[in-house]
Write a protein that binds this ligand. Structure first.
Ligand code: UN1
Length: 510
């Protein structure tokens, strides 16, 4: 049975965590209140970074970059390795802070910090593998190669739902690539950012090769993000958030030819085929759609089920939706914590009303515990069965709301899967090799992530993370995503005495 947290305890617990994590909060004027989604209460107040301090921070980050780019990459990797060690020691406290500030259940809070540790390990190894190609040249006595150089200051704009991991994907790579990092976290989760910054500073302070201001946090609303987007001193901006935010940011970055790494909205689907292992599918769908209270970019939002197994699967899913434990995310048996705030709750209700208006059959979706905690937004996840992929299904609602559609042949299912503006993550559940391979082929899923027999969420850091279309096209974390944090130079070297020109061009002067 669901339990809800008591009001009034969280401020003291947060203060204790912040002290252990090394954060001292200033008492600046106009301080911004930080609410915990667990109860809605104010757990701390943080100052916005004033405009003149933002300007100073960008100048200092540039100075840090100029020094850091000269430190050999494996030494840079050593700093990131030590930071990973620090995170291992701080994991329990930081994970708890993630739970209190972002509302994740305990195991997902811990998983998020683990994701930081994993990317630090990955980046440490990468620091010895920043390799360029040697390319055959068409000219005698020439050599052609690529060298990769640090890019500059990397601005990171992150969202509330992954308040620490997404920064770390960017920062760990940027740091081994020789860049300095300036972070504008979500105004909903500044405490997590301050804690990570405090941990990083303690490691960097004890590392002689690290200049000051290698990592900086800017607190505030859209203005602080705009400073990163518009300032010529910021070479790369990695922004995670809604497509609406991306539409603001992308043209401004393009207008100054800055490099953009965009990870925007998703509208992730799973196709369930007649041969699917239903036990596994039910578990995968439950985690992907209800986990993190539906507040992952990769959360499952659309389920496209073959008509032959529709009733069997939906019967099991309805039971899971009605019985899943919603409540205090710190309780060990809770699977679904609160939504981040009132705005998230009302967006979910608007989407549910639109679906009902289109004739949908809705299971769940109601608010829970409002009488005990009027400032917190717990909801029963909603299963929304629809006859067709109506317009309301085609936009992302950041809540535990799963639209269910029926299909009869795979072409139709793939068409439905791709027929949304977003292109982040996707899955197919099947034991039929042909169906699986078709889904992964050029005529299959059009997403940046396409999985077989696992849900669309919960990616490991070893692969490149991101998606196409309105998701923005950026890639972060593993594989060769590091290349976005460096600039490539193509070098051609003539070690002969003649000067042959490319393409056989002659240009003889006397
Ligand atoms: C996000 O929601 O912005 O694949 C990131 C996942 C996580 C990251 C999600 N590793 O669900």
């Amino acid at each position: 049975m669901a339990s809800f947290p008591p009001l009034g305890d969280l401020g003291a617990e947060t203060a204790g965590l912040l002290a252990r994590l090394g954060v001292t909060l200033g008492k600046a004027q106009g301080a911004r209140p930080v609410h915990s989604p667990l109860t809605g209460e104010v757990i701390a107040k943080v100052p916005d970074t004033p405009a003149d301090a933002v300007d100073r921070a960008l100048a200092e980050a540039q100075d840090a970059f100029r020094i850091w780019r000269q430190v050999p990459a494996p030494r840079r990797g050593e700093l990131v390795r030590r930071f990973g060690e620090k995170l291992r020691r701080a994991k329990a406290d930081l994970a708890r802070l993630v739970t209190i500030e972002a509302g994740k259940i305990s195991s997902e809070g811990a998983g998020e910090v683990q994701e930081m540790i994993d990317i630090c390990d990955f980046a440490t190894g990468l620091s010895r593998q920043l390799t360029g190609l040697t390319i055959a040249t068409e000219r005698a006595d020439h050599r052609m190669m690529e060298t990769w150089h640090p890019m500059g200051v990397v601005g990171v704009i992150s969202a509330f739902n992954f308040p620490v991991a997404v920064w770390s994907w960017n920062a760990a790579l940027a740091l081994v690539c020789g860049d300095a990092v300036v972070w504008k976290p979500s105004e909903k989760t500044p405490l997590c950012a301050l804690a990570v910054q405090a941990l990083f500073e303690r490691v960097a302070d004890g590392f002689a090769d690290a200049p000051p201001h290698l990592s900086t946090v800017l607190l505030g609303g859209a203005d602080a993000g705009a400073a990163l987007v518009d300032d010529a001193r910021v070479a790369v901006v990695s922004a995670t958030g809604s497509t609406t935010m991306g539409r603001e940011v992308a043209p401004r970055l393009a207008s100054r030819f800055a490099r953009a790494i965009l990870e925007l909205g998703g509208n992730n689907a799973a196709i369930v085929c007649p041969s699917a292992d239903l036990d596994l599918t039910v578990r995968a769908v439950a985690f992907a759609a209800m986990g993190t209270a539906g507040q992952r970019c990769t959360s499952l939002r659309r389920l496209i089920v073959h008509e032959r197994i529709y009733d069997a699967l939906l019967g099991r899913l309805r039971r899971a939706y009605l019985s899943v434990s919603v409540g205090d995310p710190r309780a060990p048996d809770t699977l679904v914590g609160p939504l981040i705030d009132a705005g998230a709750f009302s967006a979910m209700q608007v989407a549910l009303d639109a679906a009902r208006g289109a004739g949908a059959v809705v299971t769940g979706g109601e608010r829970l515990g409002a009488d005990i905690l009027p400032g917190a937004y717990y909801v029963r996840p909603a299963l929304v069965e629809m006859a067709a992929q109506e317009d309301c299904v085609r936009s992302e609602t950041f809540a535990p709301l799963l639209y269910v559609l029926r299909y009869s042949d795979l072409d139709e299912a793939i068409r439905l899967q791709n027929d949304v503006p977003q292109g982040l993550a996707s899955s197919i559940f099947t034991t039929d090799l042909r169906e699986a391979e078709r889904f992964l082929s050029a005529t299959g899923s059009d997403c940046g992530i396409a999985n077989v027999n696992i849900g669309p969420s919960g990616a490991e850091i070893g692969g490149a993370f991101g998606g196409e279309k309105e998701t923005g096209g950026g890639r972060e974390a593993g594989s060769d995503a590091w290349k976005a944090y460096m600039r490539r130079a193509t070098n051609t070297i003539n070690y002969g005495t003649r000067l042959p020109l490319a393409q056989g061009v002659t240009f003889e002067i006397e």
